[in-house]
Each structure stands twice: as C-alpha cells, then as structure tokens.
Write a protein that binds this ligand. Structure first.
Ligand code: MSP
Length: 526
C-alpha cells in the first residue's frame, strides 16, 4: 500500500496483524470482519502520518489441513497453494490494504519457526515427554478432562463444540506452568494489553487457575514444520502459526530494519475464540524466547445470522462476496463496524443492514452531500463560493468539524469503531440541521452573499467528513473528495490541521452525482 508521506527515521510506526486463516474453510463473514477492522485502523494510521505495516495471511499446517487435503485427494502443498488464494482474493475483493500476505508454508516462515524453537530450547524451556490426553482437531487444541462435556454416544466435546479424540504420543513440552506468575504480573502492569476488559478478566482468571505445561510437537502426522534436530516431530501448529507475526518482520534477523522498525506489533486483532492462544501462550513463548511482547491483543465478538449461530452443519455462513454484490462494498464495511459495539457479539440481518444503508448512508450522509453540492452547482456556477463573516451558527458547525478528527482518533485508539462512526454521524446530523435552519435556497435572491457563506461552511464541513470517513468507506469518500476537487495530496489528516488546505474560493467542481444510493430491491441475500 502506498504511503502518503515522506517517511523518515522519526516517523512513528504502526504494525497491525490479523489472525492467519485456516485454509480449509471457505472465506466467510467472520474472516472478512477481523480483516476489515484491521484495514480501517491501517488506513487511519497511514492518513495520520504513520509508517504502517498491515499483515494478513493463511495458516496452512496441521492435522485439520492435512485431513482436508486428503479428502480433496491432493497433496497438502498443492491443496494449500490452491485454497490460500481464496483468502487473498477475499482481501482484494474487500479492498483491504494489507502490506504483506504471509503463508506458513513459505520458507521465510519455516526459518522463523526453527529459530524460535531453538531460542526456547537454548533457554531450557523445552523438554521431551509424552502426551496422553484429549485433542480437538477442529480447534487444533489440547483439552483437559474437566473442560469436556459428554455427547450422546460416549463421544466427548470441547467447550467450543469441537469433537475431541484421545491422543498418546511422544511430545516435546513447553514449560508454560513456570510462566503463570510472570504472565499475571505482566497483565497487571499492562492493563490495556488485553482488550476489551471483560475478556482480560477471563484470561486472568484462567491463568490464575494454574497453567499446565504445553505439548508443542506431534508425531502422528507429517504436515508441519519439523522440530529442529528431531525429524520425528513436527511443531504444534499454534506455535507455528503464532510465530507468523514475527516472521512478518523478518525474524530471526532481529538486527534488520524491518524487525527493529515494526516489532513489537501495536496490535494483534483476533476473534474471542482464539484469545487464549494469543494472550497466554504467545506472550509466554515470547518472554521465554527473550523477545518483546506485542502492545495489545483485542478480541472481537462473533456474528450470528438472523439470530442463529453460523455453522457448517446449518449451512448458514454469510458469504462476503454475496453481501458485497447485493449491498455494495462501502455499505457492508459501514454496517459491520456500525451495527455492533466492537468486542460484542452481533447479529446480521437483512433488515438491519437495509435500515443502516437507507437511514444513515443514503438519508443522512448522501442527502447532505447531494443537497449542498447541487446547490453549489446551481447557484454558484459550480465554483467553491466565497465565505463572508461567520455567524455563531457557522462557527459552531466549523468548530464541531474541526474537533472531529481528535475524537475519532481517540475512539480508534481503543478500537471503538462504532463510537468513531457515531461521532462522524453526529456531525452529519448537525450539518443537516444547519442546512434546514439556514435554508440557503431561500437566500439566493435576498442575501446571495450570505448564501455563499452558508454553502462554503457546508462544503468545508463535508470536506472534513469525507477525509475522516476514508478509512471506513474509502470508495464513497474518495468520490466525495473528487466532487469537492480536493487534490490527492490534500486528503491526509495533516490537511485538516492546517488552515491553508481549506477549500479554495473559485475552485471549479465537477457535476455532482449521488454516492450513497438507497437500497430499493425486494430480493435480498440468503
Ligand atoms: N488459524 C487460526 C488463527 C491463527 S492466528 C496465529 C484460526 N483461523 S480461523 O480461520 O478459524 O479463524 C480466524 C478468525 O475468524 C478468528 O479470529 C475468528 O474469531 C474469526 N471468526 C470465525 N467465525 C466468526 C464469526 N462467525 N464471527 C466473527 N468472527 C469469526 O483460528
């Protein structure tokens, strides 16, 4: 992704990661959601002058993927080559601005895995033993007897609902139990390390309850990274997968610019189901290997579909391609981040997305832009009008517009997307109220100078809105900025903080066209 500023050694960096996706699944709304949240933050930080690295990719090793390849009748490597592309396609289709796409079958990653293993081994954190216990292939996770529930036919299930199987095999172990107190201390000293707070509490009570050493190698199948010095074992897929976050910065080359610049990451974005791996195992591995910890792990909630849990057996997965085809890309991006307080679970429904599209995008934002731009086209010969003396109402609206960036920035710093959007919309509503109150269409005859000022104030407000809404709804925002003739190099946030980039009087504007159509069709997805 192109950077918008000259970057120098002083430029602050922002490294953000998505989980890497299991290739055996068909991309669905859950995958799109996690990456979307990262995309918005990455775009925001770029516009805000940061040197950003946004990493996503695919998790390609392990028993689950091996089984899927067998079922497809092809070799695991050929299988993953094929299906990994589905996730790259999704990222491109959703206009995600990732800088690097990592596959765990790449050489750079295998080198990083071997290196972290060797660091752990050299630190005395690994010993050889044997694992006897339960394993869920679907979660690629080990479970203790106490966590399981009995099924009707004597089978047993993990808390996630995944079926477990009994495993007995030689295994290397990581001394996780020795890290319990240091982890708790770290959580206490870094209260924002795990967010949201409720999830942090869950993790802390899990760790408080005691940690057992973790099995970190398998011998009963082959599809994985070989354990250095013992080819009988392959590395546990979660140790392999988590390592991707440092592979992405060039590890084990810790002296290279890429690593020193980007590690530790500012944010690992994950779903609530995989928080334990990220907030317990990963920091323990890193501490044990003598590496720095990421600054934050944020666990978001899960989507249901019209009130029902999304599951393969129900066949009710929401296909992001269908959604975008039906409602439009910006519309889907907006809905997913506006509908649900980030961190909570959310329910997708056609009714809800249509309400948001027609109410907030078409009526509120779309009408504001359309009304103002058409009046400028009609009454000001399509040129940015001059701004005369400002009234209190003008100043109030402009002050609110000027304050918006800082508010949105603060909300995004705590990953509160819905509040950031609410702040943007409260300015949109204020601007619509101002249009009604000032009634510029009535001023044309008696007070044309005042009409010009009102339209200028509104156009300037829309400039703020369009610049700040770029990370959320990039296509519509860029169309609006085109309609205001804002040049490409004046679309970053610095241009909201310096006076000389305000709209210039007399600038010709292209013919306005609507950017947020109403959703009118009866036929809806699924
Ligand atoms: N491969 C692991 C991650 C390894 S990261 C070092 C994995 N992959 S996954 O493909 O199963 O899931 C990836 C993400 O999708 C998770 O963050 C998960 O929470 C998210 N979602 C899967 N279904 C979801 C919903 N229904 N709703 C929201 N997100 C969900 O786990």
């Amino acid at each position: 992704m192109a950077q918008l500023f000259m970057l120098g050694p002083e430029t602050p960096t922002f490294y953000i990661t998505t989980p890497i996706y299991y290739v055996n699944d068909v991309p669905h709304i859950g995958h799109a959601y996690t990456t979307l949240a990262c995309d918005v933050l990455a775009r925001f930080k770029r516009l805000d002058g940061y040197d950003v690295k946004f990493l996503t990719g695919t998790d390609e090793h392990g028993q689950k993927v091996e089984k899927s390849a067998q079922a497809a009748g092809i070799k695991p490597q050929a299988f993953t080559d094929q299906v990994s592309e589905n996730f790259r396609d999704l990222a491109n289709h959703m206009n995600f601005s990732y800088d690097d796409f990592i596959r765990t079958t790449e050489n750079r990653h295998k080198i990083a895995c071997a290196a972290i293993w060797q660091k752990l081994q050299a630190a005395g954190e690994i010993y050889l033993g044997s694992y006897t216990g339960w394993y869920a292939v679907r979660d690629e996770a080990f479970y203790s007897e106490g966590e399981l529930t009995d099924g009707p036919n004597g089978d047993k299930f993990a808390p996630s609902g995944a079926e477990v199987e009994w495993v007995e095999e030689p295994s290397y172990f990581f001394r996780l139990s020795a890290w319990q107190e240091r982890l708790i201390k770290y959580y206490q000293e870094n209260p924002d390390f795990i967010m949201p707070k409720t999830r942090r509490n869950e993790v802390m009570s899990f760790v408080d309850g005691g940690l057992q050493d973790l099995s970190i190698s398998r011998t009963t199948f082959k599809w994985g990274v070989p354990v250095p010095g013992d080819n009988e074992h392959i590395m546990y897929v979660w140790l392999d997968a988590l390592t991707n976050y440092i592979t992405g910065t060039g590890f084990p080359n810790t002296d290279a610019v890429e690593y020193t610049k980007y590690w530790p990451a500012q944010l690992h974005m994950v779903g609530k189901d995989i928080l334990r791996f990220h907030a317990v195992y990963w920091p323990a591995f890193l501490m044990a290997a003598g590496l720095e910890l990421p600054q934050r792990i944020f666990a978001h909630g899960w989507w249901t579909n019209e009130g029902q849990k999304i599951s393969k057996s129900l066949g009710n997965a929401i296909n992001p391609y269908d959604l975008v085809r039906e409602f439009g890309l910006d519309q889907v991006r907006y809905f997913l981040l506006r509908e649900v307080p980030f961190g909570n679970d959310g329910d997708f429904s056609n009714h809800a997305i249509i309400q948001r599209i027609n109410g907030e995008l078409a009526n509120d934002y779309g009408n504001l832009a359309q009304r103002v731009l058409s009046m400028i086209a009609k009454n000001c010969s399509g040129l940015i009008p001059a701004c005369g003396d400002l009234t209190d109402e003008d100043k109030q609206l402009l002050n609110t517009a000027n304050a918006l960036l800082a508010t949105v920035r603060d909300y995004l710093d705590i990953q509160s997307f819905h509040e950031a959007l609410e702040a943007i919309w409260s300015l949109i509503r204020a601007a619509n109220g101002y249009v009604d109150q000032q009634a510029p269409w009535k001023l044309k005859k008696e007070a044309p100078v005042r009409m010009d000022s009102v339209l200028y104030v509104l156009a300037e407000t829309i400039r703020h809105l369009a610049i700040i809404s770029q990370p959320f709804i990039p296509q519509a925002s860029s169309a609006l900025l085109d309609q205001l003739s804002v040049p490409e190099h004046e679309r970053n946030f610095t241009c909201l903080e310096t006076k000389n980039t305000s709209l210039r009087v007399g600038t010709p504007l292209p013919k306005p066209t609507g950017v947020f159509p109403r959703y009118l069709k009866e036929n809806v997805v699924n």
